[in-house]
Design a protein around this ligand. Sequence first.
Ligand code: ADP
Ligand code: MG
Length: 586
Amino acid sequence: SADVKKHSFEAEVAQLLHLVTHSLYSNADIFVRELVSNASDACDKLRFEATNDDSLYEDDGELKIRIDIDTEAKTISFIDNGIGMNEADAIENLGTIAKSGTKAFLDKLSESQKQDGQLIGQFGVGFYSGFIVADTITVESRKAGEPANQGVRWVSDGTGSFTVETITKDTRGTRITLHLKEEYSEGEDNYLDRGKIKRLVNKYSDHISLPIQMRKEVWQEDVKEEGADENDSSDAPAGGQMVLTDEWETINKASALWTRSASEIEDDEYVDFYKNITYDMDDPLTWTHNRVEGRVQYTQLLYIPKKAPMDLYTREQQHGLKLYVKRVFIMDDAEQLLPMYLRFVKGVIDSADLPLNVSRELLQESRDVKSIRDGNARRILTLLASLANSEDSDKQEKFAQFYSEFGDVIKEGLGEDMGNQARIAKLLRYATSTNDKVETSFEDYKARMKDGQKAIYYLTADNLAAAKNSPQLELFKKKGIEVILMTSRVDEWAMNFLTQFDDTPLQNIAKGAVDLGDLQDEEEKAKAEKAQEAMKPVVEKLKTALDTRAKDVRVSNRLVDSPAILVTAEGELSPQMIQMLKQMGQ
Ligand code: ADP
Ligand code: MG
């Protein structure tokens, strides 16, 4: 018809669709989760809009999601009475990739990673996951508050294009109908199987706080045909079949997981919920779930993942906290609820004390939000400390795993979160001149300090080999003094903020003059002074020769085998630091 308009998918969408259908077939199940979650989002959006405009409910305030299977037509439909879409919305939302990071993410994936459903699954393919199982998807929708004759029908086979046309749709919201491919409408992977869909909803979407409904089935005895032979069926079992009715039953618990009491929630439920909100295929490393009753009341459910995401160090990195106010979803990625150095934490915050119309700008200024952020930070640091200090080898193992993934990120907290600096410092682990393994804490080091040693000595370098061979270490080795070896990019910067641990000063042995205090014996001191005198003419000559290229030339008592050494003046940027700033583009 002339009213059906054809549109091409944006190039990125076409690329994404190709990826989805070619690499996610082993994860076909996820389309149920994605479409249910979109329906739930649409209801959340309506509820949110309606806080300012009641009329949007149109006398239908009972938000719900329905899943309807038609075995004859080989279709499965996801129906919601949420916010809905008009034609422009459908073209925009289903024809382009709105999320700015998605394209960049796609570009970053290598060919082999693209084959690996794990990574793609991780960022969530959303609506397009329907095309894993469907050869045609029809979306019929009508936006809340708009006239019934302004509905839209969007149809696509998931290759290059889609069509849209105007329809009349009396009910508000969206109906998404998947026409299943042959291989997904029979056998093992038959998504026309009610039981299978029910199980998937329970597995992935149980936490959805709206009712998810399916048609009720009833057993119907075979109706005996008129005039059939009485004897014929006498000893055969009574025949019959399940038939669908026009009644709907709710198949999920419909209570948000975090609102339930922690003692009633199984580990499995926590794990499933985590996978649901993160797209992580792995179980979380650990979690903490609390009702906080302070100045601000809120529920926190915080997870630490097992693995760092690929984009942990990029500026667009998404934060993983979802914000709810009185169980109404407000926003994803609420970066105000966690300090930057804990950006790897995932989960949900639900507070009764924030206004429903809270914006990102408002979040930035709110004292309540600051109090929630502090509470979250403290809770995570306590959780990590409990792993680190546990006698339980399982927990120690978890801490080691955490540290190898996220240790460098929490070091940023030394500069970012002065209030928790001491707690953070306790979590840090390093290699040392006597132990290559990254496992020595400042506490461990202190316990091994020599009599008379007044400072914790450390050295920063690009890698462990460079650190171990540094001329700066010579004197310390000779004297048998352990030195902490810091080899990650962030160390030098982070250590600018940490000057002492538990009242013991921290000293970078590559900076300025190192005072060994009581560890330096009298004889050596005398020898050093004599050398100082003898070398005076040489030093003067070097100073003239180096001119402004060196700030100072000094006779050093810290070298044993090397003839000379370059040191950074105290309070100046070291070579590592300059390199790091350059890499960060400063
Ligand atoms: P995401 O949910 O992460 O935004 P999706 O690919 O799942 O990405 O969905 C794309 C967009 O399509 C959504 O953001 C939303 O605007 C729109 N959409 C999808 N399903 C629905 C629905 N049931 N009701 C209203 N809008 C929807
Ligand atoms: Mg979605």
